[in-house]
Write a protein that binds this ligand. Structure first.
Ligand code: PLP
Length: 421
């Protein structure tokens, strides 16, 4: 409570903005995932890896727009690309040269993508991929995983499914090969597709084992179901996404976030035989339309992003930087015997409170989130860190020092935490 009061006093402008917003949006919110208790911060500007909030505080941005902001803020390269596209006229009512170039760049990098289609968000990409799989297989059942997140309309809570989309879902525990085998043994012939994140992002950065993902590949291949990798987050793990790193090639892949160069973007692509169902020249073509699917601003930003930032060298270096940060955090928590853990892969990771009681774990995380914000380091209140290319060694050392100072200061609090689970 004392910490919450400190937070309110420090962030009065953010609180005032939330009050204004609450008059016109439910809970003052238009993105449920941004809600945090007691209230979210409002940022007014960003440059490189730095953010400024409405009360004038400055932060190192360790959240990077939930992985979408991989470039750092206010990139001149992206600004020039968008400005040039704008100067050439937007809303052209036709196909355009940008979409051809971006499609060439993306199909060249993802092993699973012979053909692709653009849309406006990762959510939409997943909805279209599932629809395509159902039509192509003439089957109904869609396999997803507990704590999976495939967008605002495809969210799967732990025990009880929190589902907003009209599909016949089978919700399995994640990373459980036996459960997947059992379902396919019982209902394999009815399964249209398996939709899976190779690492669960919003689910807490839980990394799927290679054995699990390979089993899904085998089970879907044997039963004639479509394997869909949701690489909306994990596509940053290397030039060809996590699929290339793992050497497991799905039938369809969905991407989004950073491949739109900072603008709203989604894309699904895969095997020629499947994707050709969308060819308008076919008598049985599946329609997939969208006014902004090929909007020139996003297409141009996406090309600049792919060519200048999302190169094999830069993505590999970012992966390594993330691995190093995660192991240094692990070592720090172990050294201080602090009740925290960290999970993840490459540049995406999640800090968790590690108490026996779920409520205590949540309070520990909240404490760390506030304390690091006070020290000028911003990550998601749910513990997510997604490094951008703009975060350097200085910021990472500074963050670890700030974390160490917080852990030392809180040693007395931690000593009373029950960790016996
Ligand atoms: N899939 C995954 C794995 C995601 O993390 C997200 C967004 O966080 C989505 C899909 C949805 O993408 P969008 O927010 O662009 O709809």
């Amino acid at each position: 409570e004392e910490v919450e009061q400190r937070y309110r006093d420090r962030n009065a402008e953010s609180w005032a903005l939330l009050e204004r917003a609450s008059a016109v949006m439910p809970g003052g919110n238009t993105r449920s995932s941004l809600w945090s208790d007691p209230f979210p911060l409002y940022f007014v500007s960003g440059e490189g890896c730095r953010l400024k909030d409405a009360d004038g505080h400055s932060y190192v941005d360790l959240l990077g727009e939930f992985t979408a902001g991989i470039f750092g803020h206010s990139s001149a390269v992206l600004k020039d690309a968008v400005s040039a596209a704008h100067a050439n006229g937007i809303n052209l009512s036709s196909h355009n040269t940008y979409e051809v170039r971006l499609a060439e760049l993306l199909t060249a990098r993802f092993p699973s993508m012979d053909l692709l289609r653009f849309c406006n968000s990762g959510t939409e990409a997943n909805l279209m991929a599932v629809a395509l799989a159902k039509i192509a297989t003439s089957r109904e059942r869609v396999v997803v995983f507990e704590k999976g997140y495939h967008g605002g309309l495809l969210t799967f809570g732990a025990a009880s499914a929190k589902v907003n989309a009209p599909h016949k879902f089978e919700i399995l525990p994640y990373d459980d090969v036996d459960a997947a085998r059992a379902l396919f043994a019982a209902k394999g012939a009815e399964i249209a597709c398996v939709l899976v994140e190779p690492m669960q992002g919003a689910g807490g950065c839980r990394v799927g084992s290679r054995a699990f993902l390979a089993a899904l590949r085998d089970l879907t291949a044997e039963s004639g179901a479509v394997l869909i990798f949701d690489e909306v987050q994990t596509a940053r793990m290397g030039e060809g996404g996590l699929q290339k790193r793992l050497g497991i090639i799905p039938d369809l892949t969905t991407i989004g976030k950073f491949f739109g160069g900072g603008l709203g973007f989604g894309c699904f692509g895969g095997r020629r035989g499947l994707m050709e169902r969308l060819d308008p020249r076919r008598p049985d073509a599946i329609s997939h339309a969208g006014t902004f699917n090929n909007n020139t601003l996003t297409m141009a930003a996406g090309i600049a992003a792919a060519e200048h930032y999302l190169t094999a060298e830069k993505l590999d270096a970012l992966f390594d930087r993330g691995e190093a940060l995660r192991s240094r955090l692990e070592a720090l928590f172990a050294d201080r015997k602090a009740p925290y853990t960290v999970t993840g892969l490459g540049s995406i990771m999640n800090i968790h409170g590690a108490a026996a009681d779920h409520g205590d774990s949540a309070r520990l995380l909240k404490l760390a989130h506030f304390a690091l914000a006070e020290r000028g380091y911003y990550f998601a209140s749910r513990g997510l860190i997604a490094l951008s290319l703009a975060v350097g060694d200085t910021e990472i050392d500074g963050f670890l020092n700030a974390m160490a100072a917080f852990l030392d200061e809180s040693a007395a609090v931690f000593s009373s935490v029950d960790r016996s689970a």
